[in-house]
Design a protein around this ligand. Structure first.
Ligand code: ADP
Length: 462
């Protein structure tokens, strides 16, 4: 993060300074050339009428040329159209010498040239001297003017120095800023990590409270939610284990009581033996049912990999279930009504779905009133099948409607026991439906009846 801050802060600054200084240099050099060009034009205008170029001795022009050369800290060399050197402010050449260079020759074709010698810090401007008569322009000579760029260089290096000082100050600021903020950003994360480690070591009771910026607080909140969820799961697991032991013990306790009371008495009539043995058999059956339900539940709790999916005709499936359950309903004179709105084929695990729906219908019969009714209806749209199981039974109090899907939960323990309930039926049903990515809802009013609505996707979603 520190590195990123530095890269983001310093590199653009460096590029910006570089571009700024370069464009200043170009602009300053351009300006200087233009100034030099103007000087040369003025000088040409002065010298043309004097015959200076034809080697006449005109001291004022010579002085002016020298003055300009001085001002520009450079050198001026003037040649006439014979390439004869008329003036050299350095005094190295005189009128006997000729100046033949590419730039000077080009001047006589009307082209001036600008050269910036960066190494030696000077500019060379070679410019024709033009004499304009009424109808034509004649090139009568050329001026080669050198000028030092030291003044530009001086300003440039001052600017450079300031830019370096500014960059260093900024870099320092960025480093301090980056150190401060990277610490501020990573410290809470480090705390989260150590909290997770702490939790992994088994200290589940602790909550994480980390104050930082918004996202970190959210992480800490989510983390706490996760811990709470884990605690709940752990609590439920322990509760389940103790419920299981309790539920399994109850029939055994009854069996023991029944057997003990037979053993303690002498000369018991055979009828009493029979009666007690019938009770004992019932308790054994009950124990068996609990164990079977538990096994179903445990199997369902395993991964969805155990699903045995195939295309099933749901209408037929419901009819089979009802055929099996109608005799039971009949015993209490309960009418079972089945309505199907359309043929429904769905990809489901037949055994599991059959178990889930049977549980709902069995409950509708078990928790009904004599002469009541149970209505099962089947419908579907393009995505889901809908099964509705309604009854005219005792209903479920509003406040416990959320609890009935919990394992071993029973609204009325005595009634459930009478009817052979284990409290596991709805837990199994809900598990099966969830394994099919479906949903189950209960609507009930105490004393009036209950409706369970089930929705299952027609195509199995793994
Ligand atoms: P059980 O084996 O006791 O029937 P379930 O898990 O199937 O266990 O149901 C849990 C509890 O929900 C039942 O004990 C009963 O109190 C209540 N219940 C379930 N279905 C109905 C219903 N159709 N009408 C009234 N109460 C119901």
């Amino acid at each position: 993060m520190l590195f990123a801050f530095i890269v983001i802060g310093v590199i653009p600054l460096y590029l910006f300074t570089h571009i700024l200084l370069n464009s200043y240099m170009d602009k300053a050099v351009g300006n200087k050339f233009t100034q030099m060009q103007n000087q040369i034009i003025m000088l040409s205008n002065q010298m043309l009428p004097t015959g200076y170029l034809t080697l006449a001795d005109v001291p004022e022009i010579g002085a002016e040329v020298n003055r300009i050369a001085d001002v520009y800290q450079g050198r001026i060399v003037i040649v006439n159209n014979n390439l004869n050197i008329v003036e050299d402010t350095y005094g190295l050449y005189d009128a006997n010498k000729y100046l033949v260079s590419k730039e000077v020759i080009q001047c006589f074709s009307g082209n001036s040239s600008r050269v910036h010698d960066k190494e030696n810090n000077y500019l060379i401007l070679t410019q024709p001297i033009t004499h304009t008569t009424e109808d034509q322009k004649v090139i009568v000579g050329a001026i080669v003017m050198n000028a030092s760029t030291k003044d530009i260089q001086t300003i440039l290096s001052t600017m450079e120095q300031r830019a370096i000082i500014f960059s260093l100050a900024l870099a320092m600021f960025i480093v301090i800023f980056a150190l401060y903020f990277s610490g501020k950003l990573t410290n809470p994360l480090t705390k989260v990590v150590s909290s997770i480690d702490h939790l992994t070591e088994g200290y589940m009771d602790e909550e994480v409270s980390i104050k930082g910026y918004y996202e970190i607080e959210k992480i800490s909140d989510s983390f706490n939610k996760m811990i709470n969820r884990m605690k709940k799961i752990e609590d439920t697991r322990q509760e389940f284990v103790s419920n299981v032991s309790h539920e399994l013990k109850t029939p055994i306790t009854s069996i023991k009581v029944l057997a003990d009371s037979l053993l303690m008495q002498e000369d018991i009539p055979v009828e009493l033996y029979r009666e007690f043995l019938v009770d004992i058999t019932e308790e054994i059956e009950r124990e068996n049912k609990i164990i079977n339900d538990l096994l179903s539940l445990v199997k369902l709790n395993k991964t969805a990999g155990d699903m045995n999916i195939s295309s099933i005709n749901i209408n037929e499936l419901l009819e089979q279930i009802l055929k099996r359950l109608r005799p039971i309903a009949k015993k209490q004179n309960i009418e079972v009504i089945y309505e199907s709105f359309r043929p429904v084929i769905a990809e489901v695990d037949e055994v599991k779905i059959s178990l889930a729906i049977s549980n709902l219908i069995e409950n509708a019969i078990k928790y009904n009133t004599p002469d009541g009714w149970v209505r099962v209806s089947l419908n579907a749209d393009h995505k889901y099948l809908f099964i509705k199981v309604s009854d005219s039974g005792i209903g479920i109090p509003e406040e416990v409607q959320d609890l009935i899907f919990e394992r071993f939960y029973r609204v009325d323990k005595a009634r459930s026991r009478e009817t052979g309930g284990t409290g596991l039926g709805l837990a199994i049903t809900r598990n099966v439906i969830q394994m099919h990515r479906g949903a189950i809802r209960v609507y009930s009013k105490e004393g009036e009846g209950t409706t369970f609505n089930v929705r299952i996707p027609l195509n199995y979603i793994a």
